[in-house]
Ligand binder design. Structure first.
Ligand code: ADP
Ligand code: MG
Length: 271
């Protein structure tokens, strides 16, 4: 991984203004958020009065059992779904739709199979109208950041799950979002690769100063990564408690402190 990947980003030329690192991370405020899915047959209260705030540059994990509304919450913050009540604000502005101020990574990778790795990473930059050579420079930087510089011309089908997810991370970071949103991004990769990606993600976070909101059902993953863990409960989806994880990084699963946090959060979830 390149140490100066971001320091150099601003030097990519005039056309890169939108892609240059802004040094700005977002604060997120979730206020009395509610979401009800209603159909002829049934009504589901996916979220009820969800309330929390995320500070600039903070790494927050959202954990909870399947069906507690994690993905619904993620999609509302991403602007992909409307809330039934309440609001999400980003740096004080209400979220009304998707935007390049939020970079998203999903479990299913979401890569374009017909595009090479570098073409996938370039996607958001094309959308933003970033011209060459700034675009290619930014793509190269991002591939270095995620350790895929040798795979620029490969196609997604030629990559392992972990590599695909690195491409997803590079693509999301390329447009320099203020908020990095991840929904169970490492759910489909093996445990060993996941450990490695955790380390890489924390390095990238430290390097880029992004605010990160990371959704997972894996309590150990949350305790490995987060400054704070928002613990949710289901039926209706709601916040049970918010736990600050006061352990220095890198964190070791074998430490007693780590195990104590895991146990406490599992207790809150009812596992
Ligand atoms: P999680 O990601 O925590 O597993 P979800 O946000 O996916 O939870 O789902 C929360 C609840 O909302 C579940 O009961 C789910 O069945 C319901 N739900 C999610 N999306 C929809 C939808 N588009 N239409 C109807 N119900 C939905
Ligand atoms: Mg989900």
């Amino acid at each position: 991984m390149s140490d100066d990947a971001n320091a150099d980003a601003g030097a990519a030329g005039d056309t890169s203004a939108t892609a240059a690192d802004s040094d700005e991370a977002a604060t997120v405020s979730v206020d009395s958020l509610g979401k009800t899915y209603a159909s002829d047959r049934r009504t589901v209260e996916a979220l009820s009065d969800v309330e929390f705030a995320v500070e600039d540059g903070e790494f927050v994990c959202i954990v909870g059992p399947s069906g507690c509304g994690k993905t619904t919450l993620f999609r509302i913050i991403a602007g992909l779904e409307d809330a039934t009540s309440g609001a999400v604000t980003l740096d004080g502005s209400p979220v009304t739709g998707p935007g390049t101020d939020r970079g998203m990574v999903f479990q299913e990778y979401g890569l374009f199979p017909w595009r090479t790795v570098s073409e996938n990473v370039a996607f958001g930059l094309e959308e933003q109208g970033v011209e060459e050579p700034a675009r290619s420079e930014r793509v190269t930087e991002m591939l270095e950041l995620v350790g895929l510089d040798g795979f620029a011309d490969a196609y997604p089908k030629e990559l392992s799950g972990g590599m695909k997810q690195r491409v997803g991370i590079a693509r999301a970071l390329a447009v320099d979002p203020e908020l990095f949103l991840m929904d169970e991004p490492f759910g489909a990769v093996d445990a060993q690769t996941r450990d490695m990606l955790h380390g890489e993600l924390l390095d990238i976070w430290a390097e880029t100063d992004k605010t990160v909101l990371f959704v997972t059902h894996d309590v150990e993953e949350a305790v490995t990564l987060a400054d704070r863990v928002v613990v949710m409960a289901a039926n209706p989806g709601r916040v049970r408690e918010i736990v600050s994880v006061d352990i220095d990084r890198p964190r070791e699963r074998t430490e007693s402190e780590f195990a104590a946090y895991v146990e406490r959060i599992r207790g809150l979830i009812g596992e």
